[in-house]
Design a protein around this ligand. Structure first.
Ligand code: SF4
Ligand code: SF4
Length: 107
């Protein structure tokens, strides 16, 4: 079992989640974070820390966001690790809650 970062993280990237992860399994792209499914120990600490409510347990990913499970696995293999909190993207608040942000994902 792993946790999965979903749509509402895109263009927000608050990074509160990375501070609490005991195994540092977050990976960072230009405007999105992902969790490495083979490294996540299923501790659930990150889920309540996300101001954008973008993190779900693998078995609770909303129906319309199922593709994010595979996307986390794919991008975690490519992107660099992030273990410390940094500033959110400048227009994060503006984008928080905007639906269907996958089209804006930068790789
Ligand atoms: S706290 Fe939420 S919005 Fe911020 S980087 Fe982590 S998953 Fe993305
Ligand atoms: S569930 Fe735990 S191990 Fe997995 S990403 Fe969140 S904080 Fe890290």
């Amino acid at each position: 079992m792993t946790f999965v970062v979903t749509d509402n993280c895109i263009k927000c990237k608050y990074t509160d989640c990375v501070e609490v992860c005991p195994v540092d399994c977050f990976y960072e792209g230009p405007n999105f974070l992902v969790i490495h499914p083979d490294e996540c120990i299923d501790c659930a600490l990150c889920e309540p820390e996300c101001p954008a409510n973008a993190i779900f347990s693998e078995d609770e990913v909303p129906e319309d966001q199922q593709e994010f499970t595979a996307l986390n696995a794919e991008l975690a293999d490519i992107w660099p690790n992030i273990a410390e909190k940094k500033d959110a993207l400048p227009d994060a608040e503006e984008w928080d809650g905007v639906p269907d942000k996958l089209q804006y994902l930068e790789r």
